[in-house]
Write a protein that binds this ligand. Structure first.
Ligand SMILES: Nc1ncnc2c1ncn2[C@@H]1O[C@H](COP(=O)(O)OS(=O)(=O)O)[C@@H](OP(=O)(O)O)[C@H]1O
Ligand SMILES: Nc1ncnc2c1ncn2[C@@H]1O[C@H](COP(=O)(O)OP(=O)(O)O)[C@@H](O)[C@H]1O
Length: 199
């Protein structure tokens, strides 16, 4: 596809940019059902990383779908393209030396793996926000499950569109009854530290 185009090697590269920021750039990829807690946890995580002096950028489903992916819907084909674009953007931000947090349902395993393979080893951390459908549906923060059950929204993840759960995520945040979002975010930070991602 990219014929007659040559990759330009710049003088300032990822190593220099991450050295300047004193951090290892990476993508912290949150995946889970709608209402599982991705946006809430991602926001808390970004605040906490910022307070610890890290340079971050949060890519969030609802926001990206207003701009970069504003032309896409929720068919399988559009979701694949959504995650492909986001993955390429995440790679650019990693190249800029940033810690990127993404909060997308990203229902298909192959698409999450696409992002993983765009990056170097240790630069992609898949975080499974494993909140059961019944809990997400009960939370229903945007009233979308109610609409999906009533047939007013088609192709809704978990209802009439598939969610392929990660088989070997780097971090698995299992739902615990009564656990607050703050506690989940702390648990995530602790796991990231324990696995050496925030050194
Ligand atoms: N049909 C259908 N299925 C799932 N979600 C829907 C749908 N229609 C609208 N929404 C809203 O869009 C948000 C999901 O967008 P994503 O970009 O994360 O989806 S995907 O990764 O491409 O599957 C999702 O946001 P979150 O609830 O934050 O996950 C919903 O608010
Ligand atoms: N432990 C928890 N982690 C994340 N969110 C939680 C938790 N407990 C309750 N919630 C609530 O669940 C809802 C999750 O919504 P949201 O973060 O928008 O999910 P998503 O981005 O996955 O659709 C929020 O209203 C949040 O306050």
């Amino acid at each position: 596809m990219a014929s007659n185009i040559v990759w330009h090697q710049h003088k300032v590269g990822k190593a220099e940019r991450s050295e300047q920021k004193q951090q290892k750039p990476l993508v912290i990829w949150l995946t889970g059902l709608s209402g599982s807690g991705k946006s809430t946890i991602a926001n808390l995580l970004e605040q906490k990383l910022g307070a610890a002096g890290k340079h971050t950028y949060l890519l969030d489903g609802d926001n990206i779908r207003h701009g970069l992916c504003g032309d896409l819907g929720f068919s399988d084909k559009d979701r694949v393209e959504n995650i492909r674009r986001i993955s390429e953007v995440a790679k650019l931000f990693v190249d800029a030396g940033l810690i990127v947090i993404t909060a997308f349902i990203s229902p298909f395993r192959a698409d999450r793996d696409f992002c993983r393979h765009l990056l170097d080893e240790q630069e992609f951390v898949e975080v499974y926000i494993d909140t059961p459908l019944s809990v997400c549906e009960q939370r229903d923060p945007k009233g979308l499950y109610q609409k999906a059950r009533a047939g007013d929204i088609k192709d809704f993840t978990g209802i009439d569109s598939a969610y392929e759960a990660p088989q070997a995520p780097e971090i698995h945040l299992e739902y615990q009854d009564g656990q607050t979002a703050e506690q989940s975010a702390e648990q995530l930070i602790a796991a990231l530290k324990a696995k050496g991602y925030l050194a």
